[in-house]
Design a protein around this ligand. Structure first.
Ligand SMILES: Cc1cc2nc3c(=O)[nH]c(=O)nc-3n(C[C@H](O)[C@H](O)[C@H](O)COP(=O)(O)OP(=O)(O)OC[C@H]3O[C@@H](n4cnc5c(N)ncnc54)[C@H](O)[C@@H]3O)c2cc1C
Length: 474
C-alpha cells in the first residue's frame, strides 16, 4: 500500500458515506484514486436508513426508502456503475390519491404539489370550488416579494389554504415527514426554483414543458435498495477501502493539517474527514473540534416515523386495483400519514395469491409529543392501521403477516433558514478545520438521490484538493 497517499476518513456508512467512499476510490474522471479511505460505522450493519429484508416470501422488501429519484443523474449512474444495471426497475403506472372525505386521485400536472394549470384542479373532487377559484387566481396576484422562508406560508399566500393543506403539505410533507409550515422553502430546491418571477403557476408550467424529461420518476433495484448499499460496500472493499463497523466516532482533534479521529475501539490519523452521520450525533463528536459548530448542529430536530409493513387479505382488495396508495392531509390525520399499496406500486412485490403487501407510515414532525407512535407496541400499531384504513377506504383489511420498523429521529427537519445555517457551518469549518466536510441528509437534501449527489460533490472537492488542483486545503 502506498502510505504517502492522503488518508480520508468517512464517518457513517449510510448511502452518503458509502457513495462518498466509493467515489473517492473510483473518481468520475477515471483517474487513479489518490487517496486511502476508511469508512467508520457505529452500528453492526451498513446502509443507515436503507434497510431491506425479506417479507411475505419476497426476497427484498424495503423497510425504509423503497426507491430514489431517477432524474438525478448521480444516483442512476452510481447504481449502474456498481453492477445493478440489469436489475433496475420502476414503479408501475398505478396512481396515487389523497384521502379527504374519500380517496381522490392526485390531479395531473403538479410540480411538488403546485398546480401548473387550473383545469386538472377543476376536474378533481379533492378541493372545493372556492379553493379551486382561489388557486386559479394565482397568476394575477402581485409578485410575492420577500417572504418568510416557509413552504407552507409561501404556498398559502400564492394558492390559498386548500392547495397547501390538500396537495403541497401531503406531498412535500410526506417526503420530509415534515409540517411544511415549519419547513424551509429554500431547502426544497424544486419548489424554491419556481419562486422567481411573478407567477409560480406559470413558472411551474414553463418548467414542466422545458424540463419534462421522458421516463420514470423513480427507480430501484428489484431486490431492494439494500442491493445498492451492499454493492457499494463490496466495491469499496475491492478497491482497497476499509469499512469498520461497530465503531463509533467519539471525537475529532486537529493537529495542523491532519486530524485524529477517536472511536470507541481505537483512533486513526487522517488528512480529511467527511462527516456523513446525522447532525445531532455529529454534534457530539465535533465538539472537540469546534464548539461553535457543535452548538449549531446540536439543536437539529428530527422527526420519528414508524413503517408498518403488512401482507393483507380481504374480499374487497380489488377496490385498490390501479392505485399505488394514498396520502392523508393533516386536517384528516389521526396517526397514519400515508399508505403505499406495495404490490400495486411494484410488480415484483406481488405475493401472487390474491393477498397484498402494504407499507403504511405513521408519525411526523409536529405530532403531539404525548402521542409518540414509535413507542407503541406492535399490536397497537397494526390495530391502528387496520382501523384507520377502514375509515379511509371503506375496505376491511386482514393482516396475515406484519413487520414493524421504528425509525426514531430519522428525518432531519430543515427549519426556515436551514440553507443559511448550513453555509455558516461550512464557513466555520473552512476557518477552523478545512479538512473536515459535512454531508448527508442533515445538510443539503434528504432523499437518497440528493445524498448521492452530495457524495459526488464532496469527493470531487477532496480529490481536487488532494491533487493540488484548484483551492488549496488551508
Ligand atoms: C422510513 C423512511 C422512508 C424513506 N423513504 C425514502 C424514499 O422512498 N426515497 C428517498 O429518496 N429517501 C427516502 N428516505 C430518506 C433517505 O432514506 C435518508 O434521508 C437517507 O438514506 C439518509 O442517508 P445518510 O447516509 O445521509 O444518513 P443515514 O442513513 O442516517 O446514515 C448515517 C450513518 O451514520 C452512522 N453513525 C451515526 N453516528 C455515528 C458515529 N458516531 N460514528 C460512526 N457512525 C455513525 C449511522 O449508524 C448511520 O449508518 C426515507 C427515510 C426513511 C427513514
Amino acid at each position: 500500500m502506498n502510505e504517502t497517499r492522503a488518508h480520508v476518513v468517512v464517518i457513517g456508512a449510510g448511502i452518503t458515506g458509502l457513495a462518498t467512499a466509493h467515489r473517492l476510490l473510483n473518481p468520475l474522471d477515471g483517474s487513479a484514486p489518490g487517496v486511502r479511505v476508511t469508512l467508520i460505522e457505529s452500528s453492526s450493519q451498513i446502509g443507515g436508513k436503507i434497510r431491506t429484508s425479506s417479507f411475505a416470501g419476497i426476497g427484498g422488501v424495503d423497510e425504509g426508502p423503497d426507491s430514489y429519484l431517477a432524474r438525478v443523474p448521480a444516483a442512476g449512474r452510481l447504481a449502474r456503475e456498481v453492477g445493478l444495471a440489469a436489475s433496475m426497475t420502476n414503479p408501475t403506472n398505478a396512481h396515487a390519491s389523497v384521502m379527504h372525505g374519500g380517496l381522490h386521485r392526485i390531479p395531473d400536472g403538479l410540480m411538488m404539489g403546485v398546480p401548473t394549470g387550473a383545469m386538472s384542479l377543476a376536474r378533481s373532487g379533492l378541493m372545493t370550488w372556492r379553493g379551486k377559484i382561489r388557486a386559479a387566481l394565482e397568476p394575477i396576484l402581485p409578485a410575492s416579494g420577500d417572504h418568510h422562508d416557509s413552504v407552507g406560508n409561501f404556498v398559502r399566500q400564492r394558492f390559498g389554504r386548500e392547495v397547501h393543506e390538500l396537495l403541497v403539505d401531503p406531498l412535500i410533507g410526506g417526503i420530509y415527514a415534515a409540517d411544511t409550515t415549519n419547513l424551509s422553502l429554500a431547502a426544497v430546491p424544486q419548489l424554491a426554483d419556481l419562486t422567481p418571477g411573478r407567477s409560480v403557476l406559470l413558472t411551474a408550467r414553463r418548467r414542466r414543458v422545458t424540463t419534462n424529461t421522458p421516463g420514470p420518476v423513480f427507480e430501484t433495484p428489484r431486490s431492494g435498495l439494500g442491493a445498492l448499499t451492499t454493492a457499494l460496500a463490496d466495491s469499496i472493499r475491492r478497491r482497497g477501502g476499509d469499512i469498520l463497523t461497530e465503531t463509533t466516532v467519539t471525537g475529532i482533534h486537529r493537529f495542523g493539517r491532519s486530524y485524529r479521529v477517536e472511536t470507541t475501539t481505537s483512533s486513526c490519523d487522517s488528512d480529511y474527514v467527511i462527516v456523513a452521520s446525522p447532525a445531532a450525533v455529529s454534534s457530539l463528536f465535533l465538539r472537540t473540534l469546534s464548539s461553535e459548530l457543535a452548538d449549531m448542529l446540536a439543536p437539529t430536530e428530527h422527526a420519528s416515523v414508524v413503517m408498518v409493513t403488512l401482507r393483507v387479505t380481504g374480499t374487497d382488495l380489488t377496490r385498490f386495483d390501479g392505485m399505488s396508495g394514498y396520502l392523508v392531509p393533516k386536517p384528516d390525520q389521526k396517526r397514519v400519514t400515508a399508505a403505499s399499496f406495495g404490490s400495486n406500486k411494484w410488480a415484483h412485490w406481488n405475493p401472487g395469491d390474491g393477498s397484498m403487501i402494504m407499507r403504511v407510515s405513521l408519525g411526523r414532525d409536529g405530532a403531539p409529543t404525548h402521542d409518540l407512535v414509535h413507542e407503541w407496541d406492535d399490536d397497537r400499531l397494526v390495530r391502528q392501521v387496520v382501523d384507520e384504513m377502514r375509515d379511509h377506504t371503506g375496505v376491511d383489511i386482514t393482516p396475515v403477516e406484519h413487520r414493524i420498523t421504528r425509525w426514531e429521529n430519522s428525518f432531519p427537519q430543515y427549519r426556515p433558514g436551514h440553507i443559511e445555517r448550513v453555509a455558516t457551518m461550512e464557513a466555520i469549518l473552512m476557518a477552523e478545520a478545512p479538512g473536515v466536510r459535512l454531508v448527508g441528509a442533515s445538510m443539503r437534501g434528504i432523499g437518497v438521490a440528493s445524498c448521492i449527489s452530495q457524495a459526488e460533490s464532496v469527493s470531487a472537492a477532496v480529490l481536487t484538493t488532494v491533487a493540488g488542483i484548484g483551492a488549496v486545503r488551508d
